[in-house]
Ligand binder design. Sequence first.
Ligand SMILES: NC(=O)C1=CN([C@@H]2O[C@H](COP(=O)(O)OP(=O)(O)OC[C@H]3O[C@@H](n4cnc5c(N)ncnc54)[C@H](O)[C@@H]3O)[C@@H](O)[C@H]2O)[C@@H](O)CC1
Ligand SMILES: [K+]
Length: 509
Amino acid sequence: MKILSAAQTRELDQATQTEQRLISVELMERAASAFVAWLSSRYSSADAGEILILCGPGNNGGDGLAVARQLLQRGYRVRVALLPATRHSPDWQHNRQHLPKAVPSSEISTKKLPDIAAGALVIDALFGTGLSRPLAGLAATVVTHLNQARARVIAIDIPSGLFADQSQPADSAVVCAQHTVSFGLPKLAFLLPQNAEYMGEWSIEDIGLSQKFVADTTTPWHYTNAAAVAGALPVRPKFSHKGTFGHALLLAGSRGKMGAAVLAAGACLRSGVGLLTAHIPGCGYDIFQTSQPEAMCLTDAKADFISELPKLDGYQAVGIGPGLGQDAASLAVLRQLLKAAAKPTAKTGKPLPLVIDADALNLLGQHRELLKLLPENTVLTPHPKEFERLTEPARDDYHRLDLLRDFAVQHHCLVVLKGACTCLATPEGELHFNNTGNPGMATGGSGDVLTGILLALRAHAQLSPFEAVRLGVYAHGRAGDLAATHSGQAGLVAGDIVRHIGPALKEWE
Ligand SMILES: NC(=O)C1=CN([C@@H]2O[C@H](COP(=O)(O)OP(=O)(O)OC[C@H]3O[C@@H](n4cnc5c(N)ncnc54)[C@H](O)[C@@H]3O)[C@@H](O)[C@H]2O)[C@@H](O)CC1
Ligand SMILES: [K+]
């Protein structure tokens, strides 16, 4: 699914009207119907009580007025409060004229802010994607008043005061919604942690916007949902054997961190790899062989950390990092691996696929000269702090996306920036946000599990680097979601995610 800018969204509106021979107020009516359908599926008129709709002067306010009329027709009690303005959009004026007299309406002023009882249902239709500057004056006062009221706030399209595709100044007034109901496509702002307090939960309602315009429009931003990865996992052919699905090598673990190696290996095995060999420090031999009998195991000469790079012949992908530690000898292994993997392999003519995580990323951050050695299409899986160590501190989430994109393009690699909406940056400069996963996955070892999944999928000959990583990130979140339905979010541990990879991948079979 594509994510468009605010300007492209306006063009999409226009294109839809031209293509479907609609007048703009008809599209507004569709948006209002979609919103009302959503609201009435959540709240009966008794649950809702009297609904207050705050309307601004543009089409977002026009949506609010159309929603007021439709809710009244469905038997809800509504009143509207209008933000005064010198100019109103034509569709606002149309819907103002068609607002039934039975809907009480008042104009907001500094002296007459709307009464909002705690727990009241309030619809925020002040400003949408037409916001051109941060809110100030009366509009900002109303938003602050609303936020202090402890109401149940539902935003139409986007919380008022929030820009759809760029940061607003730190102290701007922005509505804190409990839920945002938006139309057609998600907006970039919805996916960034800095906006979580404003967005609440959000959902996207289909209002039949032009598919052709969306298909023809280019954007760096994409959203990975179930439809985007449907059919992405190749069917296992009847006459396949363990060699068909690749042999992966995992370099992981150090004293006190063998669990990371065990989790990554378990995840790799559960993700369909043909064979897995792990190279681990001597101290981990019994732990590893006992907990992962399906994997083969090579032990390092050192007991506590990895100091040797095994021969790489015969492997289709190598993962390094989980629980690795940051010993100088392990750094030397990482350097050797980067050099060796860059040479085209006899079988594919391409560099050996690498997945780099955790301490291997920290070592790269401390020795940035190694970044030049990264083979093409290497996968890096940093969380924001690890990513910062590879680049520079970000001013905000939008700046972080710029840094992420530049990094992936400059180093020709795939970077998975882990978070609530994990973002995959490609060497072509695309950013793909993931829609699976839950806060229960914010627990130690969850990243090691992702490394194992990605390692298995990078070893798979039929998946391109991008397909493998996008699918792996999605499946990791999906496994976490399935795990959370059993253990709940607080009780979820990384091993639960491993145990649910199979059921998650089964959804593709
Ligand atoms: N995208 C779509 O396909 C659809 C969009 N619709 C609605 O239309 C909205 C966009 O409507 P508009 O473009 O009219 O924009 P808005 O309703 O967001 O507001 C624009 C108006 O507010 C003024 N304004 C902007 N920033 C201001 C500020 N900081 N302080 C005071 N005034 C400010 C502008 O000068 C303009 O008059 C969407 O968010 C959505 O709710 C729907 O009606 C129909 C479908
Ligand atoms: K709004």
